[in-house]
Design a protein around this ligand. Structure first.
Ligand code: PLP
Length: 385
């Protein structure tokens, strides 16, 4: 017997469709200079302080005196302590070192955490959303309540109508660029406590928050340690999409800590020593300077794009405290027809919002991970339309 839940998954054709339409255009217009503004991956190279640390880690493995075999399943304690000292303690949050689980990226944990819950069951997922929560939930045969994020509710969805076992939240949001205030986040935590739901909080874009009043972590709200698991990644923060390293906080108070530890010890033998040494270097003073410079570059691109689009008369959301710009398509267009329009008339590749869910219809996503000069050229081309 096969898992029919997996067989019945809808294909996620978003990125394939984008690639195919772009290829067709390129074949027909080989001279065209395409501007890729849809990029959902980091583009700046890793800072040398990080690659040096990884080179040293490779050398460690080459010599008997420094060689290592398996590490702890939940990661090296030096990295877990660095995470607490830099990412949590300054905000008055003090997880125990064994409540921090080093992973090979947020993607894996966001999927695997689903195994802590019974098959079937009810989940609440933002619409539009990053596809991982949806597909994982479908693989486990869960029923999904969509939490629609629209301009009418300021992209801050209402609480679920039906009590979910799991609530997936992601702020700063991919794709809408929405951020939540502490009070807004507190409502979700209160709801989860009243309804005994677990929040899986995806904070992959936490490093893009600049407003000092916005919470970086769900644990900045009252009682979150009872109901929330926080998933973070070095991918967008420090350019680790190829290196693979992230971390997840599973507080004891959730009652899930032992189960997650048990699960990880059976199915995950830990993140690579080399990746963890690279992640450790992120927290050195030089590492901090270097990643902040890269983040500043992306933040500047976000500012340039959202300001430029606004000046051209577009209705623009996000782009502040977040690397994504959520742009309403002009009257008479759908998100795919506007994608085609930008491709055909400006040679710009964006991401159609409908690919992220029903409520994404009517929008396209632009990304701050795009090249700055491409953004400048794109705005100029759109101006000349
Ligand atoms: C990029 C991204 C991640 C990070 O995934 P990794 O597996 O750590 O590379 C997580 N969540 C969202 C919403 C993302 O866009």
């Amino acid at each position: 017997m096969l898992n029919t839940n997996l067989q019945n998954l809808k294909g996620n054709y978003l990125f394939t469709d984008i690639v195919n339409r772009t290829k067709v255009y390129q074949t027909e217009h080989p001279e065209a200079e395409l501007l890729r503004l849809g990029v959902g991956d980091v583009t700046l190279p890793l800072p040398q302080v990080i690659t040096d640390a990884m080179h040293r880690a490779v050398e460690d493995l080459a010599h008997a005196e420094t060689f290592r075999g398996y590490g702890l399943e939940n990661g090296y304690e030096w990295l877990r302590r660095a995470i607490i000292d830099h990412d949590y303690a300054p905000r008055g949050i003090y997880p125990e070192p064994d409540e921090v689980f080093i992973s090979d990226g947020a993607g894996s944990d966001l999927g695997n955490l689903s195994e802590l819950f019974a098959e079937g069951g009810q989940v609440a997922i933002l619409d539009p959303s990053y596809p991982a929560y949806v597909d994982t939930s479908r693989m486990a045969g869960r029923r999904i309540e969509w939490l629609h994020s629209t301009r009418e509710n300021g992209f801050v969805p209402n609480l679920p109508k039906k009590r979910p076992d799991i609530i997936y939240l992601c702020f700063p949001n991919n794709p809408t660029g929405t951020v939540l205030t502490r009070a807004q986040l507190q409502r979700w935590v209160d709801y989860a406590r009243e309804n005994q739901s677990i929040i899986i909080y995806d904070a992959a874009y936490e490093a893009f928050i600049e407003d000092p009043n916005l919470p970086h972590s769900i644990y900045e709200t009252d009682g979150a340690e009872e109901v929330a698991i926080e998933v973070r990644s070095f991918s967008k923060t420090a350019g680790f999409t190829a290196v693979r390293c992230g971390y997840t906080i599973v507080p004891r108070e959730t009652g899930l800590h032992e189960m997650w530890m048990r699960r990880q010890c059976t199915k995950f033998n830990g993140a690579s020593y080399i990746s963890q040494r690279g992640a450790e270097a992120v927290y050195t003073p030089e590492g901090q300077v270097a990643i902040r410079a890269n983040l500043a570059h992306y933040k500047e691109t976000a500012r340039l794009l959202s300001q430029g689009l606004r000046e051209l008369g577009y209705e623009v959301y996000g782009g502040e405290n977040a690397p994504y710009i959520w742009c309403r398509v002009p009257e008479g267009y759908s998100s795919w027809s506007f994608f085609d329009y930008l491709l055909n008339h400006c040679q710009i590749v964006c991401t159609p919002g409908a690919g992220f869910g029903e409520s994404g219809e009517g929008y396209v996503r632009f990304s701050a991970f795009s090249k700055r000069e491409d953004c400048e050229k794109a705005l100029q081309r759109m101006k000349n339309l």
